[in-house]
Design a protein around this ligand. Structure first.
Ligand SMILES: O=C(CO)[C@H](O)[C@H](O)COP(=O)(O)O
Length: 219
């Protein structure tokens, strides 16, 4: 089985002692930091924005994977590049001009991601799959950590993988929401390249060891 990249979701970290969790991720087998930006409009929750990400970037030693759950993401692409995003995902549902958003993300030196809500058909990406570096498939309704994985996601991963292979694209498939030590193997088998994990990592007694176990599942 191919190995997946592991991206602990900062949403579930200890906001009162973020430096400790950043160091834990730095010293763990994690590949990316996953950072959820929520605006209280696209999703019913508000998290953090550019100043917090810039502060974290000064301490973090791994790729910053920033997931914008915001309306009008085009207004903030340059700002998140300056804050330190390496991968920037905008939502399909929040992008009137998705192709243009991808171009702006790349022009600002970042990898371009598209996040999709659970109800959005994957086939809608058919005309721009070659232009997408990462598809972030939401496997819960966005807005909160610790939710139950939506089983239909497996089917979406397989459909998306087939599209990517048929078109010769190099797009990575990222799964976000409800990832556990129990379902990680099936997700990777079906084609997931990146696993986001919040609750599974940070609610465990030994988060670094849980990251190691997630990493080992793909081996
Ligand atoms: O995008 C998100 C929520 O909108 C989070 O990244 C996602 O929920 C991960 O958290 P968990 O692993 O606890 O489900």
């Amino acid at each position: 089985m191919p190995m997946a990249l592991i991206a602990p979701s900062i949403l579930s970290a200890n906001f009162l002692n973020m430096e400790a969790d950043i160091n834990m991720i730095n010293n763990s087998e994690a590949d990316w930091f996953h950072l959820d930006v929520m605006d209280g409009r696209f999703v019913p929750n508000i998290t953090f924005g550019m100043p917090v990400i810039a502060a974290m970037k000064a301490k973090a030693k791994k790729t910053f994977d920033v997931h914008l759950m915001i309306v009008e993401p085009e207004k903030y692409i340059e700002g998140f590049a300056k804050a330190g995003a390496d991968v920037l995902s905008v939502h399909y549902e929040a992008s009137t001009h998705l192709h243009r958003n991808l171009q702006i993300i790349k022009a600002n030196g970042m990898k371009a991601g598209v996040a999709m809500n659970p109800h959005t058909p994957i086939e809608l990406l058919a005309d721009l799959i070659e232009d997408i570096d990462v598809v972030c498939l939401m496997s819960v309704n966005p807005g909160f950590g610790g939710q139950k994985f939506i089983e239909r996601t497996y089917h979406k991963i397989r459909t998306l993988k087939q599209m990517i292979v048929e078109r010769g694209a190099s797009t990575l498939i990222e799964i976000d929401g409800g990832v556990t030590l129990q379902n990680a193997g099936l997700l990777i088998k079906d084609g997931a390249d990146v696993l986001v994990a919040g609750n599974t990592v940070f609610s465990s007694p030994d988060p670094a060891d849980t990251i190691k176990k997630l990493k080992e599942i793909g081996k």
